[in-house]
Every structure is written in structure tokens, then in C-alpha cells.
Design a protein around this ligand. Structure first.
Ligand code: HEM
Length: 494
């Protein structure tokens, strides 16, 4: 039988129609996986809701809220994503046992270097992660992590930073680099037991690689690769760069681990975190392996670097923009601590305005603006049905800028965190470290560092805009953590 042109056309029309129906049915099934799934735009097969919501979560959250989809809504970005937009919903995600304790499912970018989802950040919630977290936290605590016994080491590093900063007096400087080096040297000392000077080549190399990797997360090529799978072949070079950066950081870290291995003895007192991990590998070789150690060390280093220094840089930026607040913090420090010694943790309770200024900086900076989780079981959120494996995004940026909680939310005002008696009140709506089973592992260390760095800098030096310079932008740069655009400051000693 021979087909004429009309028959072929008819066949093609039927074929395309059937294909469209199948794709549409499949899409609907994926878009609305269960009855009572959170509301949101339906979107179209292949492109999902990208045309209405885009691929930027901030924009998406705003658009969905404007369209009246409520505080828990959904959109389609390859897979259905659920957005928790208000305090009740975010709190439910954080506190509902292990229901939302996994990380985002199939995160393409992180799988480029971590296909087995080892370490902390990208790991699914399960026995391996629970054991790794428990072991790491208790071991690091043993070395003073988050405890006052570690204070001396941080203060030593702060002193080192201050002497460098004072050398830069009266010349416009961007402090972010030196601050990152200072913060990085503390954590490397804690986990690897080595001390690096700021001009050590290996140290500069690894810190530079971490910074590049963190900022690459915000690059258009990586964002598109993550959420528009068909674009991936076009961005192979960027993907390779991410793998190479990870390999560079790992090779430095693992060569220090190899040094520890050469002199390690299970009978001797452990010298650092790595020694303890090597001993644990002998005790429990199924869960604690050299490969796990590589990801564990990488995560601890990377997690502590950007978040802490970016928060301090944002705080400096806000104080440059609000000299009256800077003056008040300095005055409080001079009254309570005086000029002859650096502030210490014991002073914290007697420095409410200083602590409130740190809180306000953390609120506005929102350095982790979106916390990504994933449902580990079929569950519910705000009464909506959430099937196992659904990606959840907690919009902590939205919570920190919610005008109903924080009137005039863009205004920098430390007194929001003080009561009528001038005492600090920690708001439950301030969640810079997340909460629940995946809460930040470095929270206590980060709080110590933020206080000691911030209060010492404020006591010793004054930050001002170089004459004739425009006020720097408060808008964060895209990346894994929010960071301020580089800005110059004049540093004047008191
Ligand atoms: C100002 C500083 C910091 C901020 C704002 C911050 C913020 C966060 C946030 C929001 C999360 C996700 C929490 C969640 O899902 O509920 C997180 C996870 C994590 N943080 Fe931090 N962090 C900081 C400093 C540190 C430091 C100093 C370390 C380590 C020394 C660290 C290690 C980690 C690790 C390992 C995780 C992953 C935990 C997991 O997935 O189970 N962080 N951090």
C-alpha cells in the first residue's frame, strides 16, 4: 500500500496530537502528583512554570505571593517545588521530625563533584548522615568547637587580623579577602590542625578556589544547567570548572590528611579532627571511610568560609551606611569593655546594643536566603499533601523581610532586637542557621566568631566611606551564599 501526501499529513497530525496528549497527561501527573498538592500556576509541558515564575527563587516567591497563591505554594522547575513562605510553614519544615530532613533531590550542580551525596550538605537523611553529624559534632566539641575553651584561638586570630587591618589605615580597602583568610585559617586549624599565614601560597590557593566555587553557583550557566536540563550540553565547560575547583580544594585537604596518616597512631592522644576520624575508620569502616572524610572536611571548610565572612562584610556595609549605629556600638564597647583589652565572650550579656546590631545584620544579610530540603516520607505541610521526594524551599529571605513581622523591613534598626528595658530579645523569626535535624553544624562556632570579630573591629577601628565615593549597593551578589558587592572602606584607628 502506498501512502499519498494527504495520508501522510493526516498520519503526522494524529501522531503529533497523540504525542501532545501523552506529554500533557504526563506533565499534569507530575505537576499535580497528589490531590491537595499546594496551589500554584499549572504551567506547560517541558517548560513548566518558567515563563510565569522564572528560575530565580526570590522572583518566584514574589510572583506567587502577588498572585494570591498563599504562604505555601508550588511551581514547576523540572520537578514540582514547594515554597514555604511564612513563619508557620518554615517552622513546620524545620521541626516536623525527619519528614523534611533530606536535601534537595537530584541537585545537578552538586552531583557534578559529589555523585554519591557524601559529606553533610548534599547528603540524604539516613543512618550514614546521622552518624557522620553526631561524630563530627562531638569530636569538634572535644577540640573546643563552640566552647569558650576555643575562644583564645579565635581572639589570637582576631588580633592578627586587627594588626593587618590597622596597617591599611587611611587607604581605601576592600576587606573581604583578608577577612575570609582570617576566618578560613581558624577552621583549617580546627579540622586539620595546621596553621596558615595569610600569604601562604597553598592557603591562598585553596581559599580562592572555595570563593570561586561559591560564586559560580550564582552564574547563569550553573542556574540554567540546574533547572533547564536541555541546556546542560551547552555549559560543559562551566560544569568542568566546578569539578576542577572541587578537585583542587580536595587535593590540598587530602594531602594534609596524608601527612596526618603518616604519623597517626591509634594509641596516641588524637592531635586534631582528622586523627579522630582515622581512628573511627578503624572502628566502623562501613560508614567512616577516607572518601567520606574528604567530603566531610570539604563541607566543614566551605560552609564556614563564605557564610561567616559575608555576614561580617554585610555588617560593616550597614554600619558604613549608618554611622550613628556604628558610633553607638563603639560607645557601648568603650563603656563596658574599655580601651585596654579586646572584648571576650563573657562581655556578651553586658553588650546588648552590640549583640542586637549583629542580629540586625544577620536579618538583613540573610546570607542563606533559601534553605532547600526534601520530603523523606509522604507527609503534609500546612494541611497540603506532600509526597515523598518533593523538593521544599524555605524562603528565609522572605521571612527576614516580612513587613508584618519587621515594619519597614529594609531599614537597618538594631533596636528591633531590644525590649523596653534595653535587653536583647532573640526573635523566633530570625533563622539565619536554619533549625531542626539539618540545622547548621557550625552555629555555635559561627556565633562566637561573629561576636568576637565584630565587637573587636568596632572597638578598635572606625569604618567610613572614602571621600567622594557613592554609597555601595546593599543588593547581594548571586552565589551559594549572599555576599555584598566588593566595596572600599577607609579604616581609621580610634
Ligand atoms: C554566619 C555563619 C553561618 C551561617 C549563616 C550558616 C547557615 C547555615 C544554614 C542556613 C544551613 C542549612 C540549615 C538547615 O537546613 O536547616 C547550614 C548548614 C550547614 N552549616 Fe552553616 N552557617 C554558618 C557557619 C557555619 C560554620 C562556621 C560551619 C562549620 C564549621 C558550618 C557548617 C555547616 C554544615 C556542615 C551544614 C550542613 C548541615 C547538614 O546538611 O546536615 N556553618 N548553615
Amino acid at each position: 500500500m502506498r501512502l499519498n501526501m494527504d495520508d501522510m499529513l493526516q498520519f503526522l497530525v494524529i501522531f503529533v496530537s497523540v504525542l501532545i496528549i501523552i506529554l500533557t497527561l504526563q506533565y499534569y501527573k507530575q505537576r499535580w502528583p497528589v490531590a491537595n498538592f499546594p496551589p500554584g500556576p499549572t504551567g506547560l509541558p517541558i517548560i513548566g512554570t518558567r515563563l510565569t515564575t522564572g528560575i530565580d527563587f526570590h522572583r518566584t516567591a514574589r510572583i506567587l505571593a502577588q498572585n494570591g497563591y498563599g504562604k505555601v505554594c508550588s511551581f514547576m522547575l523540572g520537578t514540582p517545588m514547594v515554597l514555604a513562605n511564612d513563619f508557620e510553614a518554615i517552622n513546620e519544615v524545620f521541626t516536623k521530625g525527619f519528614d523534611f530532613a533530606s536535601r534537595r533531590k537530584s541537585c545537578y550542580v552538586s552531583q557534578l563533584w559529589n555523585p554519591k551525596k557524601l559529606g553533610f550538605f548534599n547528603s540524604d537523611y539516613g543512618e550514614r548522615l546521622v552518624q557522620q553529624r553526631r561524630f563530627a559534632l562531638s569530636t569538634l566539641r572535644g577540640f573546643g568547637f563552640g566552647k569558650s575553651s576555643f575562644e583564645g584561638k579565635i581572639t589570637e586570630e582576631v588580633q592578627n587580623l586587627l594588626s593587618h587591618v590597622k596597617e591599611l589605615a587611611n587607604v581605601p580597602q576592600d576587606l573581604s579577602k583578608i577577612l575570609t583568610l582570617s576566618v578560613g585559617s581558624i577552621v583549617l586549624n580546627l579540622i586539620l590542625g595546621c596553621h596558615y599565614d595569610y600569604n601562604n601560597k597553598e592557603f591562598l590557593h585553596i581559599v580562592g578556589a572555595v570563593e570561586k566555587r561559591l560564586s559560580n553557583f550564582g552564574k547563569t550557566s550553573m542556574v540554567l544547567s540546574e533547572f533547564v536540563p536541555i541546556s546542560r550540553p551547552f555549559f560543559q565547560q562551566s560544569a568542568q570548572e566546578m569539578r576542577d575547583l572541587y578537585a583542587e580544594i580536595s587535593s590540598v585537604i587530602m594531602s594534609r590528611v596524608a601527612d596526618c596518616q603518616k604519623t597517626f597512631s591509634a594509641d596516641k592522644e588524637p592531635r586534631n579532627f582528622v586523627d579522630c576520624y582515622l581512628a573511627k575508620m578503624v572502628e566502623q569502616p562501613d560508614i567512616f571511610t577516607l572518601e567520606d572524610l574528604q567530603y566531610v572536611l570539604n563541607d566543614l571548610f566551605v560552609a564556614s568560609l563564605g557564610s561567616t565572612s559575608n555576614t561580617i562584610m554585610f555588617a560593616i556595609l550597614y554600619l558604613v551606611a549608618n554611622p550613628d549605629v556604628q558610633e553607638k556600638v563603639h560607645e557601648e564597647l568603650m563603656t563596658v569593655v574599655g580601651p585596654s583589652r579586646l572584648p571576650c565572650l563573657e562581655d556578651r550579656d553586658r553588650l546588648p546594643y552590640t549583640v542586637a546590631t549583629i542580629y540586625e545584620s544577620q536579618r538583613l544579610a540573610a546570607v542563606t536566603p533559601m534553605i532547600c530540603r526534601c520530603a523523606t516520607v509522604d507527609t503534609t505541610l500546612a494541611g497540603y499533601a506532600i509526597p515523598k521526594g518533593t523538593n521544599i524551599i524555605c524562603n528565609t529571605w522572605g521571612l527576614h523581610y516580612d513587613p508584618e513581622i519587621w515594619p519597614d523591613p529594609y531599614r537597618f534598626d538594631p533596636t528591633r532586637h531590644l525590649n523596653d528595658k534595653g535587653q536583647v530579645v532573640k526573635s523566633p523569626y530570625l533563622v539565619p542557621f536554619g533549625a531542626g535535624r539539618r540545622v547548621c553544624m557550625g552555629e555555635s562556632l559561627a556565633k562566637m566568631k561573629l561576636f568576637l570579630y565584630f565587637s573587636s573591629l568596632m572597638q578598635q577601628v572606625k569604618f567610613e566611606l572614602p571621600p567622594g565615593t557613592d554609597m555601595p549597593s546593599m543588593k547581594p551578589l548571586p552565589g551559594f551564599n549572599a555576599s555584598p558587592k566588593p566595596f572600599p572602606v577607609m579604616i581609621n584607628e580610634y
